[in-house]
Write a new protein. Structure first.
Length: 555
């Protein structure tokens, strides 16, 4: 029966539903208690006379003469929907609110959370059917939507943006790397602000970076900072102190978190960018922490960043910020009156200065909206791929990470692929982390004879605190600079921000930095956690054997 229904739906989509009218969106399991904010959206043009919506048990039709010109929203409760989305629906089906028109019910259409269906009739003709869990996978807070005849091309939660891919030409780019010159570029960008700074960052603990924003505020710049309200491990006291310092100076500090009014839009707001004067975007892999933007001559993380000058590109990111900084999940971050303090770091010899280039082609990558652009970048490689990541995790015990799988598939068609991962203890002490991932990649390469190699970065040799990068270089022409970690959560459920920069000089700059890290991490010479684990295991076995022989001798 489901196959017949799917065939009917496909034929409807190919031929066009009656009058071009169809269900294009619905949410059966929203966050509010009792699901009073559940809703569906009809799209098309024309009169709705004769159209009936049903779930097979109850349903409703529209008042005579009702027209749809674009989108029309029907919710169970107008006030509940407005509480969740910030605007009222076009109709409501259950409550009788004077401000919202009512549909004409025939029974009660209530979308069950786990298993149900929606049926769109015109008269007695079924013109569209969608069922769950057959056609979509239900999840609390998930919005199911139809795009190009496909339901749920990607996960979409209530309140999230649905941005399309965009590319901007003739962009001026200043590329930089942490720890070498990241602070230099950050300070220069903020110092040049005249009207507005919008900052979205996962964690902000550096009091010196906060001081630069305070100085901007003192000279009349409007400064707004958006932080993640529940980072892994909780908000550190240093960030609460920074938030308090910023607040007392007049900087607006906001936090994205689940509240009584709304559920957080994203699992984590993990982006790391600034929009300055609606003309410049500074973006990278690093949080606003001492390790991400260290003072020159101090050790920090290996990360990549770019400062991008282009009004249209900046307008794109400004729109993203304003979308993310609005809604019931956004609350003031008051902070504390504590002194943030200054952290100590070892000395570091700077190797890389910033690199400026004109005329770049830049494509924003926003998770979860356009995360697939990372896959497309890798799949388009013809000669080489260089990957430097904090870590890579597989989807399941049997399925490779899709980005990694795309890179391995590229090597199968002759593309030379290098994968460099962090070797800090927290990324190597487990039984399924970076050292094991390096082993997986190299075993595939050896078994199939592929131009593919993975290494653990020797962070001691290059005097780095850790590899925190999330970067890719393709064919010496295009570079991904981003906050997107290679795990199951980051591309699909977080707010992440990145860019693909196409320019040979920028690609050459990051290739030089990548090779410096790669060449310091010799595959055969570096002791690495794998070897340490083997040595430790051997020592345990030797100890047990010695104990056994000792007891045998005593027996």
């Amino acid at each position: 029966m489901r196959r017949i229904a799917a065939t009917v739906l496909l034929l409807c989509l190919l031929a066009g539903t009656a009058g071009g009218i169809q269900i294009v969106e619905f949410c059966p399991d929203p966050y509010l208690p009792g699901d009073l904010d559940e809703y569906l959206v009809i799209e098309g043009e024309g009169t709705l006379d004769g159209f009936v919506l049903s779930d097979g048990e109850g349903g409703y039709r529209f008042p005579p003469g009702t027209r749809v010109d674009g989108r029309l929203v029907v919710a169970r409760s107008g006030p509940a929907f407005e509480q969740t989305h910030g605007y009222p629906p076009d109709f409501e089906s259950e409550e009788r609110t004077p401000a919202v028109p009512d549909v004409i019910p025939n029974g009660n259409l209530l979308m069950a959370n786990r298993a149900d269906e929606l049926l769109l009739y015109r008269g007695t003709d079924l013109v569209q059917q969608v069922a769950w869990p057959d056609d979509v996978r239900p999840r609390e807070g998930q919005v199911h939507y139809l795009a190009d005849g496909v339901w749920d091309p990607r996960p979409l939660a209530i309140g999230q943006s649905r941005l399309s891919s965009a590319t901007f030409d003739d962009v001026a780019v200043t590329a930089f790397a942490a720890p070498d010159c990241s602070r230099e570029v950050f300070l220069a960008a903020v110092a040049g602000a005249e009207r507005e700074i919008l900052a979205n960052v996962y964690e902000f603990t550096d009091p010196d970076l906060a001081e630069t924003l305070i100085r901007a505020r003192e000279r009349g710049v409007a400064v707004t900072v958006l932080l993640e309200g529940g980072p892994v491990g909780g908000i550190p006291p240093e960030e609460r102190a920074v938030a308090g310092t910023l607040n007392r100076s007049g900087v607006v500090v906001l936090s994205m978190t689940t509240t009584d009014a709304a559920h957080a839009k994203y699992r984590y707001d993990h982006a790391k960018y600034l929009v300055i004067d609606a003309g410049t975007v500074l973006l990278g892999s690093e949080n606003f922490k001492p390790g991400g933007y260290p003072a020159p001559g101090l050790q920090g993380n290996r990360g990549w960043g770019v400062s991008l000058e282009d009004p249209e590109l900046a307008a794109y990111f400004r729109e993203v910020f304003l979308l993310d900084a609005a809604g019931g999940d956004i609350v003031p971050a008051e902070g504390t009156a504590a002194d943030p303090g200054r952290s100590w770091a070892p000395a570091y010899t700077v190797e890389f200065a910033p690199c400026r280039a004109e005329g770049a082609r830049v494509t924003p990558v926003l998770s979860p909206d356009t995360s697939a652009l990372v896959t497309h970048l890798i799949e388009g490689a013809e000669e080489s791929i260089a990957i430097e990541q904090a870590y890579i995790t597989n989807e399941t015990a049997y399925d490779l990470n899709p980005y990694l799988a795309a890179a391995i598939n590229a090597s199968r068609r002759g593309v030379a692929v290098k994968v460099l991962l962090d070797s800090a203890w927290f990324n190597t002490e487990g039984d399924a982390d970076n050292d094991e991932m390096v082993g997986v990649v190299n075993r595939i390469a050896a078994a199939e004879g592929l131009p593919l190699e993975a290494r653990l970065a020797d962070i001691e040799a290059n005097n780095l605190a850790k590899i925190h990068n999330k970067g890719v270089i393709v064919d010496g022409r295009a570079v991904l600079v981003s906050s997107i970690n290679w795990n199951a959560n980051s591309p699909a459920f977080n707010r992440e921000a990145g860019v693909i920069v196409e320019h040979p000089e920028i690609a050459a700059y990051y290739t030089q930095i990548f090779l410096d890290d790669w060449n310091a991490s010799k595959a055969d010479d570096a002791p690495g956690p794998d070897r340490r684990k083997i040595v430790a295991a051997a020592c345990i076995l030797i100890g047990l054997l010695a104990l056994y022989l000792y007891r045998r001798e005593r027996a």
